[in-house]
Design a protein around this ligand. Structure first.
Ligand code: FES
Length: 73
């Protein structure tokens, strides 16, 4: 079975690595709403929101399983 690699917001073609790098460069806590304002990510189909929430919380930028849960910012 081929593993899945989920590494980006497809609607805005932006990697979670790019979002994580941007978030780390901010001198404040970054929320999903901040990411949406900066990149648009999470404002389209919204399927990337659980991954963005996890990336902001943990720094993980590549995922190998489907995430559907919503995190509260
Ligand atoms: S995949 Fe990010 S808004 Fe659709």
């Amino acid at each position: 079975m081929t593993p899945i690699n989920i590494d980006r917001c497809v609607c805005y073609d932006t990697t979670f690595a790019a979002i994580d790098a941007w978030a780390r460069a901010q001198s404040r806590v970054v929320t999903r709403e901040d990411v949406r304002k900066e990149f648009g990510c999470g404002g389209g189909c919204k399927l990337c929101q659980p991954y963005i929430a996890c990336a902001l919380r943990t720094g993980q930028v590549v995922f190998h399983e489907i995430r559907v849960e919503e995190e509260i910012d």
